[in-house]
Design a protein around this ligand. Structure first.
Ligand code: PLZ
Length: 446
């Protein structure tokens, strides 16, 4: 049985959003919590599971965000809960660098098995996506004895100092937080909807520009790694042209550069494959994962070529909490859920429902400029009708409409004009269809 069996899978509003209890608690939030933290929906959560979030006022809201692609297996999925309970009772922490335990080893074995490529792989575990990306770059620099890191327009890699430098968007992620670490170079991204030179194949356009810029502006021999999300997440679910990723990967191989796939958002069945890289048979040298890895517990990993992962000196990587036994137990539960319930296939089924519905909406509503994504990672880019000018005002109004009608939908995009759909992969179809109906009504009123 999958997650949330004890929570009724319905959209149900008992109060307006936010209800009175949420309003009270959000006042307390404002008193106690730094004003810097965002809040997508102003309700306080009591329980969640399957495809819904239930708030303190008893409202049952359809969850189209999965905590930003984290609870792919649903909230409090059975296997996750069971493993975590057993682990908490056995022991909570020893620090893997002090005294190792089996859960950590098993998670590494699973990652080595599940990530693309048949070569010998090894893994190391961390706490967050940003920490995984930082470590991947550390490993690449140490292994190659080179410094330059190549990243892309619209990319997102985290909020630590190095990963802020790698993240493209200034507001809200970087503004006023500099100086940023040097030797990070940003390249144009294949963005089919907004790419004039692109006729559906990047061989002679963006890819060539990127390779030319790397050669002329950095020097390929100075580049330690190219870091890219196979489908951009925060940047607005941009799916690069076919050929773009293979072209980069080939260039990396020819020039001794490590290809690092940041699959923090795309990983663990989200895109209808275990990892998005599989789509064009990319085999990254290193792959970073987090989010969907552990059913909601904080865990992240770097997985890749054993020769690269083993090239670092003893004790060169680590951290107090990285690969916590509780998070590892959760990960083993989440991975078992994905495999045993065939959530890869499920992501394709949900994806097809979303895609068909979004394509139909695009025919009706000229504010939809583009429909894109893969598997259960689908998006709408909103524009001013008759142009490609971003329409963030429509986005705000649609998201608000959906919230007021019991559907939580997330935004994305450099221009804050992308609606992204990331349902838990265990969401019942009737709920997904209902969420899409509410979204359509939101589009109609915008
Ligand atoms: N790489 C591809 O998507 C996190 C950010 C939410 P952490 N994306 C959600 C926010 O506003 O902070 C992300 C990602 C990709 C790295 C990260 C960073 O992962 O676990 O948030 O550190």
């Amino acid at each position: 049985m999958s997650s949330g069996p004890h929570i009724e899978q319905v959209r149900k509003l008992l109060t307006s959003i936010p209800g009175p209890k949420s309003q009270e608690l959000i006042k307390r939030r404002a008193e106690a919590v730094s004003a810097s933290l965002g809040m997508a929906i102003p309700v306080v959560v009591e329980r969640a599971g399957g495809g819904v979030i239930v708030d303190v006022d008893g409202n049952s809201i359809i969850d189209m965000g999965a905590g930003i692609a984290v609870v792919n297996v649903g909230n409090s999925a059975d296997r996750v809960v069971k493993n975590v309970k057993e682990q908490v009772e056995a022991f909570t922490h020893t620090c893997f660098m002090i005294a190792p335990y089996m859960g950590y080893i098993q998670v590494c074995e699973a990652l080595n098995r599940l990530t693309p490529g048949d070569h010998k792989k090894k893994s190391a575990l961390f706490n967050s996506g940003a920490e995984a990306v930082e470590n991947a770059v550390k490993i690449a620099r140490n292994f190659t004895k080179r410094q330059a890191v190549v990243v892309f327009e619209h990319g997102y890699h985290g909020r630590t100092n190095l990963t802020m430098a790698m993240t493209a968007k200034n507001m809200p992620y970087k503004d006023g937080f500099g100086p940023f670490t040097p030797e990070v170079y940003r390249m144009p991204m294949s963005y089919p909807y907004r790419c004039d030179s692109c006729s559906g194949s990047c061989q002679e356009s963006v890819l060539d520009t990127v390779l030319h810029k790397i050669e002329k502006e950095i020097g390929a021999q100075n580049v330690a790694c190219i870091v890219i999300e196979p489908i951009l997440g925060e940047g607005g679910f941009i799916v690069p042209c076919k050929g773009f990723l293979p072209g980069l990967s080939k260039f990396c191989k020819e020039n001794g550069i490590l290809f690092i796939a940041d699959e923090v958002q795309t990983g663990f069945a989200r895109t209808g494959q275990m990892f998005a890289c599989e789509d064009e048979s990319i085999v990254p040298d290193l792959i970073t994962t987090a989010k969907g890895i552990a059913g909601g517990l904080p865990l992240a990993a770097v997985t890749g070529r054993a020769d690269v992962m083993d090239s670092i000196h003893a004790s060169g990587l680590g951290g107090t909490f990285g690969g916590s036994p509780i998070a590892c137990a959760a990960a083993l539960g989440a991975i078992a859920t994905i495999e045993e319930e065939n959530l890869v296939e499920r992501a394709n089924e949900l994806g097809l429902i979303m895609r068909n519905s979004l394509e139909a909406m695009k025919k009706k509503y000229p504010i939809i400029g583009d429909v894109r994504g893969r598997g259960a990672m689908q998006a709408l880019e909103l524009v001013i009708p008759g142009s490609k000018e971003p329409n963030p005002t429509a986005l705000t109004s649609i998201i608000k409409y959906c919230q007021q009608n019991g559907v939580l939908i997330l935004s994305a995009g450099t221009y804050s004009n992308v609606i992204r759909l990331l349902p838990p992969l265990v969401m019942p179809e009737h709920l997904l269809k209902e969420a899409l109906e509410v979204l359509e009504a939101g589009l109609a009123q915008a």
